[in-house]
Design a protein around this ligand. Sequence first.
Ligand code: C2E
Ligand code: MG
Ligand code: MG
Ligand code: MG
Length: 290
Amino acid sequence: RAKQRGRDAFHLFDPNHDRLLQVRHEQRQRFVDALTNNELRLHYQPQVDMRTGQVVGVEALIRWQHPDLGLLAPGQFLPTIDATPLEVDLGEWVLEQAMRQLVTWQAAGIALPINVNISPSHLLLGNFSQRLGELLAQYPSVPPAMLKLEVLESAAMHDIQAALTTMAECQALGVNFAIDDFGTGFSSLTHLRQLPVDLIKIDQSFVRDMLSDADDMAIVESVIYMANRFQRPMLAEGVETLAHAQALIELGCELAQGYGIARPMPADELPQWLVAWPLRADWTALGKPH
Ligand code: C2E
Ligand code: MG
Ligand code: MG
Ligand code: MG
């Protein structure tokens, strides 16, 4: 009875609260169904060396093929499962799917590493490296270096000691790391130097406006300078135009990903894209003398 009264008292202050909780619960339940009903897809976005035109890898990006709403981008459903156990379920699904894709491509003669985005709570769960080891053991034909884990700069900084431990364990398995959205997470140079990452991804928000915004240009220049001094490869996200590509090459950043090169695509469209890409002379001859 006291409980009942408590609930009524609560309603006096916020009549919508229960309703909101219920909506969130329903959304999460719907996502559980999506996982079991095979409604999730990975799309792949190529990463290239702008100097040589070589394709160096792909990033796996989650999509939800919703029966009523169509193809949903991660921004439309990841916030619902943020910091819930579903985030880990999704993460494990994505990792397994990427391993299967690597096997499929291996058979087709396509040898491109896959970058997988790992959510902070998944990485810092405590048994991440153990589960990763188990997964790798299930796919013995796939070299662990074909998998690269993208970790948000902010996630690594949130609990640097835990992140460093887990990352070192994964590295011992042969799996490499990229630091994602670099420039947005306030990491100190000391921390950056400690992180076992072999790719720094410059956040697309800085790249997008670098040609019109002097502050963004300054950030891009600083990240490139620092990555070079620490001898870490770097990649620019959000490369949409040839002007971006040219400016980045001049600044010393050669790896890139962005709509100008390719949008994320279903796995079965990638072979065709790989054939067409070398023919796009404007993009693939950027490093050659004019
Ligand atoms: P992210 O890892 O930084 O991925 C890059 C995002 O930028 C992707 O958005 C990609 O489609 C978009 N993008 C690529 N090139 C361009 C460009 O030239 N211009 C613009 N405007 N955008 C570009 P998407 O696919 O919507 O993913 C958004 C974020 O969702 C990702 O950011 C990542 O943080 C997260 N995410 C995606 N897939 C997964 C996943 O499987 N697991 C987890 N935990 N997070 C994921
Ligand atoms: Mg990423
Ligand atoms: Mg990013
Ligand atoms: Mg991002």
